[in-house]
Design a protein around this ligand. Structure first.
Ligand code: S3P
Length: 178
């Protein structure tokens, strides 16, 4: 993990939340590059640390074990600042996790319809264990209904379907500035 010892480390983190398939990782990486800040994708960081894929972690320790790993990473990040963070889509459901960072972090909800997100997910290669169901779209709709209140705790909501990614990145980068 980058140690956060950049000039920006005293500034708050910027956190992108939203469903799987909302673009948190792709957009987050590009926003971080534009702002010259470290970027942490929670899933990639957890996979790197554990030496296992997210799917393997779920099959070995289940969702509760995975949430513990997310919470542990969050606790560490609470001691740093100035990064762009992309936690997994279920992070806001972990009791107390978001509150460890936000405030002072700025939280942005990348809002996307389940129908659009599922298309992106199915076109990609990453396995989302929670969506290995007979009807992934229905499952994602249920997850969205359960999670939306948590996502809406964000300081800003951006409907990602209606803006081009260049504009999205510029908008988010602006929201990160003091
Ligand atoms: C999850 C989303 C995934 C990953 C894990 C659980 C979820 O991250 O953390 O499969 O609960 O929605 P992405 O949102 O980056 O796909």
């Amino acid at each position: 993990m980058p140690n956060g010892s950049t000039n920006e480390s005293n500034s708050p983190h910027l956190i992108l939340v939203g469903l799987p398939g909302s673009g948190k990782s792709t957009i987050g990486r590009r926003v971080a590059r534009r702002l010259a800040r470290p970027f942490i994708d929670f899933d990639s960081e957890i996979e790197r640390r554990e030496g296992k894929s997210i799917a393997q972690i779920f099959s070995e320790v289940g969702e509760p074990g995975f949430r513990e790993l997310e919470l542990a990473l969050t606790r560490e990040l609470a001691k740093t600042g100035g990064m762009v963070l992309a936690p997994g889509g279920g992070w806001t459901t972990i009791p107390g996790a978001a509150a460890l960072l936000h405030p002072p972090a700025r939280m942005i909800y990348l809002r996307v319809k389940a129908e659009v997100a599922i298309g992106r997910i199915l076109r990609g290669r990453r396995i989302r264990p929670l969506l290995q169901t007979a009807n992934p779209l229905d499952t994602l709709k249920t997850l969205l209904a359960e999670r939306e209140a948590g996502y809406l705790e964000a300081d800003h909501v951006i409907d990602v379907e209606v803006v081009k990614s260049q504009q999205l990145i510029a908008t988010i980068a602006r929201l990160a500035l003091p």
